[in-house]
Design a protein around this ligand. Sequence first.
Ligand SMILES: NC(=O)c1ccc[n+]([C@@H]2O[C@H](COP(=O)([O-])OP(=O)(O)OC[C@H]3O[C@@H](n4cnc5c(N)ncnc54)[C@H](O)[C@@H]3O)[C@@H](O)[C@H]2O)c1
Length: 332
Amino acid sequence: MKILITGARGMLAQAVRKKFAEDGQNEIVLTDLSGRKVGEEEISSNGNSEVDSLFLDITDTESIKNVFNEVQPELVINCAAYTAVDKAETQEELVYKINAEGPGNLARACAALGKSEDWNGMEGGPILVHISTDYVFGGSKPITEEYLEDDEKKPETVYGKMKLAGEEQIAISGCNYYIFRTAWLYGHGGKNFVETMLTVGHSASSEGIVKVVDDQHGSPTYTEDLTSIIYQAVTKHIPFGIYNATDLGFTTWAEFTEKIYELSGINCRVIGISSAEYEAQAKAKAGEDYKVAKRPLNSKMSKQKLLDAGIEIPTWEDGLKRYLEIDNQAKN
Ligand SMILES: NC(=O)c1ccc[n+]([C@@H]2O[C@H](COP(=O)([O-])OP(=O)(O)OC[C@H]3O[C@@H](n4cnc5c(N)ncnc54)[C@H](O)[C@@H]3O)[C@@H](O)[C@H]2O)c1
C-alpha cells in the first residue's frame, strides 16, 4: 500500500512510520515542514518501505494537491498538528489553520483524488486517518462516567475547539476516514510526560517529593499502542468513522507518576495537588500573563466501539512497562 504520512517528524509519526514499514509491503512517503518540494527532483524509491521525504504544509491546498498528484497515496495518515495547548490560547488563528483547516484540506484532497481520472484505487479515494483528542469533550462529565464517541462536545480550550472543527471538516468532506481520539500520549523521540517525570524524579531524589496533579482522570497512551490500533483498523477494514483510541484503564497524573517511579526504581514520594494549584504554580513560574489552557478533569473515554470492532488494546500499565524497557535500553 502507498502511504503518505504528514507531520512525519513528530512523536506519533515516528511510531506510525516504524509500524507500517515493518511488514515490508508498504511504500511510505514521509512529509513535514522540511524536505524536498514536489517538482524539485524525481522521487527515488528504494523499492521497499520508504520512498522519500517531502515538504508538505497541510495549510497549503496547492502544495497538498501537488503532493497528492505525484504520490497517489492509498492511505494518508495525518500526524501533523499544532500541539502546544497552552500557547494555543493566544494563537487562535494559526491553530485554526493547522488543526481545523489542515485536516479539512487533506480530507477534501482525498475526496478529490478519488474522483480524478488518474485514480484507480478504492472507491471514494484514499483513506484518511486523522488523530483527534479528548479535549473535544471538555471534561465536565461526572468522573464516574466515560465519554462515548457521540457524547456532547463542549471544548473549553482553543486547542480543543480547533481539533473539533477539524473533525467536522473531515466528516463533511465525503472522504473515507478514520478519526482516532487519543489522550495523554507519550512515546520515543518526543518530549513527553514520562521523560519529564523521570528527569524530575532523578533530580528531586534528595528531597524525595514530587507534586503532581491528582484531579484529572484519563488513560496514558503509548504511541506504539495507538499505532497498533491504527494498523489493526486499516488492515482489518473496520467501519470508517470516529473512535476513542487510548490504552485501556484509567488513572490520574499522580498515580501514573507513582507507577513510572515504581517501575524505574526511583525512590520519590508523589504528593497530589489540584489542577488549580498546578495552574497557580505555572503562572508563578512563567508570569501572570501566561495563559494555561484548562485541562479536562474527565478524559475517560470508552473504548467499547473499538473493542466491538475486534481491535486489541493493551492496558496503560502494560504500555508503560514496554515503553520503559525500550527507553532503558536506549539510555544504557
Ligand atoms: N501529545 C498528546 O498528548 C496528544 C493527545 C491527544 C491527541 N494528540 C494528537 O496526536 C497527534 C500527534 O501528536 P504528536 O504529539 O505526535 O505531535 P508532535 O507535536 O510531536 O508533532 C506534530 C508534527 O506536525 C508538524 N506540523 C506542524 N504544523 C504543520 C503544518 N502546517 N503542516 C505539516 N506539518 C506540520 C510538526 O512539524 C511536527 O512534526 C496530533 O494530532 C495531536 O493533536 C496528541
